[in-house]
Design a protein around this ligand. Structure first.
Ligand code: AMP
Ligand code: ZN
Ligand code: FE
Ligand code: FE
Length: 271
């Protein structure tokens, strides 16, 4: 019997639109055996997801998605199984979230200078206490009728190179992987297809990465085959994740659209 787990899920602790307890309930409705909660630069959604998971009989794996940068490229690294009480790790995450606030404030200032009626408070209202990101700014822009959709906000104003874009402070791939390892977790290269070329992907994997996200909505069939082969050659495990952000987000896959068998997870994650 397949024990389906979806290892890439966002909640209101970052830019997802559903609360951790709602995610656990939805996972149950979709007959998932388990999920990993992987918010951007935050593990704040994990405890609530775990307790709701107990209620709904859904296993919840502690996760995180760190945003590293390399040569103006966004490299996302998933971490699983970290010790959430690890104080140095918690402090690193909280410094990343301060940097997120500063970055989005600068992006709001750029928008204001271009005459857009938007405030940082509008963005905070969208993030409701979670890690602030561009999607919250995009949603605030929609509410202010500056743009007609989140997609348009990214295309016109928020993508790299667009008028309101601000680069994030440098976090290297190596550092991100080390942080996850130091907290007792395993590191997985997220949605490799977004990086594009296989040589670069392989170089990142060699920075001590433990796994690669093969089944993800952004990886096509051919790419998945290539990544699976790469994983076999480099002795890495492979993962599946939908990158669910909530149906209302209009972004990425539906919960449970990419799954793997729980028994195929590395032993450290089978709790
Ligand atoms: P940030 O972490 O603040 O740089 O925001 C990046 C996040 O924005 C990504 O992880 C996605 O969740 C989301 N995102 C990126 N591009 C788009 C897009 N075109 N439409 C909607 N969401 C996007
Ligand atoms: Zn996101
Ligand atoms: Fe990502
Ligand atoms: Fe993600």
């Amino acid at each position: 019997m397949m024990h389906a787990v979806d290892l890439h899920v966002h909640t209101t602790a970052s830019d997802g639109t559903l609360r951790p307890c709602e995610i656990a309930k939805l996972a149950r409705e979709k007959k998932l055996f388990g999920i990993a909660v992987t918010d951007h630069d935050s593990v704040d959604g994990v405890p609530e997801a775990i307790s709701a998971g107990l209620e709904y009989s859904v296993r919840v794996i502690a996760g995180v998605e760190l945003s590293a940068t390399d040569e103006a490229r966004d490299i996302h690294i998933l971490g699983y199984g970290m010790d959430l009480s690890c104080e140095p790790f918690r402090m690193k995450l909280s410094s990343l979230r301060c940097e997120r606030d500063e970055r989005i404030k600068k992006m709001v200032e750029l928008a204001q200078r271009r005459g857009m009626p938007i405030l940082f408070d509008d963005v905070l209202r969208e993030s409701s206490g979670g890690a602030v990101g561009r999607p919250h700014l995009a949603r605030a822009m929609v509410k202010r009728q500056i743009v007609s959709s989140v997609h348009e906000a990214f295309t016109l104003h928020l993508r790299r190179g667009a008028t309101c874009f601000v680069e994030r402070p440098q976090l290297t791939v190596k550092e991100a992987v080390r942080w996850i390892h130091d907290a007792g977790g395993v590191a997985v290269l997220a949605h490799p297809a977004l990086i594009g070329d296989d040589a670069a992907i392989e170089a990142y994997l060699r920075f001590d990465m433990d796994g690669i996200e093969v089944d993800h909505p952004d990886n096509d069939v051919k790419q998945r085959a290539a990544y699976r082969e790469m994983a076999r050659r480099l002795n890495l495990f492979t993962t599946a994740g939908s990158d669910f952000h909530g149906a209302a987000s209009g972004h990425r896959g539906d919960l449970g659209s990419q799954v793997m068998n729980y028994e195929d997870l590395p032993a450290v994650l089978r709790i």
